[in-house]
Design a protein around this ligand. Sequence first.
Ligand code: DGL
Length: 437
Amino acid sequence: MTTDAIGVFDSGVGGLAVLTEIRARLLNAALIYVADQAHAPYGERGLESVRARAFAISEYLIGEGATTVVVACNSASAAALHELRERFPTVSFVGMEPAVKPAAGATKRGMIGVLATEATFQGELFASVVDRHARGVSVIARACPGLAAAVEDGADVDDFVNRYTADVVDRGADTIVLGCTHYSFIADRIRAAAGDGVEVIDPASAVARQAARVRSDRDAAGTGTTRFLTTGDPRRFAAQIARLVGTTPKVDAVEIPDVRSGRIVVVRGDITTQPVDVIVNAANAHLAHGGGVAAAIARAGGPAVDDASRAWVAEHGPVPRGRAAITTAGAMAAGHVVHVVGPVFRDSPEDEPHLVDAVRAALDASAELGAASVAMPAISAGIYGYPPADACRVIAETADAWLRKGGTVREIRLVAFDEATAAHFDAAVLSLRSRTG
Ligand code: DGL
């Protein structure tokens, strides 16, 4: 294994421009490049899912010996740069941020255009860059759907480039920032479309300079090797490198599954006394907490839980499938109760998707509340008649898939009062581990 390497990643070919510039500055560094082509384009995925990819790939690169990771992708930087630094504090991360600062210095008319993916504009990073650096300057944020994918495929980009560039130039921009690393490869096309008098700023070399700064003192000790990896088709990636960079290196395929942002644990005991942010209730649609877990939660929470439940139903009507009702936890230690309605078991093909919807709704609502820890019972087992082993499996698998999307939840406790259900939860969690390592 390589040690003290520099890992570089992007959804695909965009980061190659940054990689090339890093190599020009650090002749001996051991470089590892991952193109996450099985999950591209990032710009059109949700931020959470891009964040999950950034976590998984960074963890992989660190495992392969990277001590510096260059996030050569604006979308991934927008989705995850801050969280990556928190999650891997011993690693130095160099990320991309739209070059609003130099653009604000360069514009004569006080109007700059930023071309980037939708994901880049959604992240807080863009808002904070504008906030910090665009003082007194107007910024036109132009999302460019389809453009990164066209660069990736070597397809004709002219229509996209003409449309997106004209949009910002017609609105008065005299400086254009390339806010997606894929656009480096078509910078000349964008310059031509923008016409004379418009400056186009490509931050690829500034980022490479920053990476070089972080590493220059250690460069001499490196192996000078570059490994190219893709989660997609290695032959396709090799052809893309040849087309865009003009070299023909060996490319390997790699599988990098999402990692979970939190853990799943099985707890034996009383759900109402769990020291968590959210307790999930297996409720009925009317939030009439008459039996099973619901009755225990209503009892432990005191009248506040019943009152809030009645108020919720009075305002919104019965709780529909796939939705959660949030109430106070009353006298319990938890912050909130999230009520979801699982299926009454009918032995029909709809049972499982219905239960999946309930688990997801509970976790989505917990995430909205900013919860770090959630206690969940065996929804639909017990009085709702779902066979407990199956219910526990569906709940554990859904929680596992949900945690792989990233987010703030660090722990999901699957809580069972009786030993038989706890054993089913144990078996379900064990089988997740044996499948995913
Ligand atoms: N190259 C990436 C960026 O800088 C992502 C492009 C994409 O996959 O959408 O935003």
